[in-house]
Design a binder for this molecule. Structure first.
Ligand code: AMP
Ligand code: TRP
Length: 331
């Protein structure tokens, strides 16, 4: 199956990105043809400092490589380097309906109270995301739970395009939402998702945090005074507890019932200690490898340019065919 996924270079990737997305990407590389995209056009839907953005893109690329993304057998590239994404997104702006976009909960979250001040790019963000996927006829899309609604929209766009132009051109996309940590929550507030753009650094684990920082953030993570339950039902109404158990399960390659069987009855200070130890064991080598890769930015740039050339070879003919179907004048 051809697989596509994207991640925004809007900061240091978090444990949420790792458990909800990147780790699943690495596993899917076995037996599939994968495209991994650093989506800078999506990142600029909110302000990004132009002096920092290129380095953020390199940091994201280096982190993905350190996590096990294989740029030889698969394709790792930067979105803006393949012009077809923006071209197809424009056509999709003309397919998607205002009513569809008005239902997108992420826009409401990100635009906040002052919706009038949000960029129009933020509003049509899901159309660009649909273009990312459909430009490759990708059929599997691994994402965290927060992207489910956007993938439904991408299917609605593909279907309406097929219907309007009387073709069977875009295939249906299958969301791949995998593992016990498809939705990692903030360490400070169990109702908010962990995010690289949260103003509080204490709310998240960054993939480049050092061991002391990780240990401290876990120790300070919000919990309740009850000990861990022995059954999943005991986590109901306890979002912070559920979050830490889910994180532990994902890191240990286990599931929530398994973790509770092993650690049920423990107090949180003891559980946090084993959680921090496991997290440091897994994340420290990733941080070290990321630093090594970043020491040679020229090689990284070559690798990303090579990826973009290989991505273009797939996307260009598909986007050209869309232009023909729509009746745009042949270039
Ligand atoms: P983003 O950081 O918004 O570019 O997201 C990149 C990928 O990470 C997407 O597949 C998201 O669904 C996933 N992701 C981001 N934050 C979380 C989170 N807190 N928990 C699980 N997955 C996440
Ligand atoms: N919108 C996604 C996010 O913020 C990132 C993304 C952009 C993406 N294009 C994509 C994910 C295409 C999957 C497929 O998480």
């Amino acid at each position: 199956m051809r697989i596509f996924s994207g991640i925004q270079p809007s900061g240091i990737p978090t444990l949420g990105n790792y458990l909800g997305a990147i780790r699943n990407w690495v596993a899917l590389q076995e037996g599939n043809e994968c495209l991994w995209c650093i989506v800078d056009l999506h990142a600029i839907t909110v302000w990004q400092d132009p002096k920092l953005l290129p380095q953020q893109i390199r940091e994201m690329a280096a982190t993905l490589l350190a996590c096990g993304i294989d740029p030889g057998r698969h394709i790792l590239f930067v979105q803006s380097a393949v012009r077809g994404h923006a071209q197809l997104a424009w056509i999709f702006n003309c397919i998607a309906r205002l009513g569809w976009l008005n239902r997108m909960t992420q826009f409401k979250d990100k635009a906040g109270k002052d919706r009038e001040a949000a960029s129009t790019g933020l509003y049509v963000y899901p159309n660009l995301m649909a273009a990312d996927i459909h430009a490759y006829h990708a059929m599997g899309v691994p994402v965290g739970d927060d992207q489910r609604q956007h993938l439904e929209l991408a299917n609605d766009i593909g279907e309406k395009f097929n219907h309007d132009y009387g073709v069977e051109f875009f295939p249906r996309i299958e969301p791949l939402i995998l593992g016990p940590a498809a939705r990692v929550m903030s360490l400070r507030d169990g109702a908010k998702k962990m995010s690289k753009s949260d103003p509080s650094d204490q709310s998240r684990i960054n993939l480049n945090d050092d061991p002391d920082t990780i240990a401290l953030k876990i120790r300070r993570a919000r919990t309740d005074p009850e000990p861990l339950p022995s059954e999943p039902e005991g986590l109901e109404g306890r979002p912070e507890a559920r979050n830490l158990v889910g994180i532990y399960a994902a890191l240990a390659g286990s599931d929530v019932p398994g973790v509770l069987r092993e650690h049920g009855g423990k107090g949180f200070s003891a559980f946090k200690e084993v959680l921090a130890t496991l997290m440091i064991e897994i994340l420290s080598p990733i941080a070290a490898e990321t630093r090594r890769t970043l020491a040679d930015p020229a090689s990284l740039d070559v690798l990303l340019r090579d990826g973009a050339a290989r991505a273009r070879a797939i996307a260009d003919p598909i986007v050209r065919e869309v232009e023909r179907l729509v009746g745009l004048f042949p270039a």
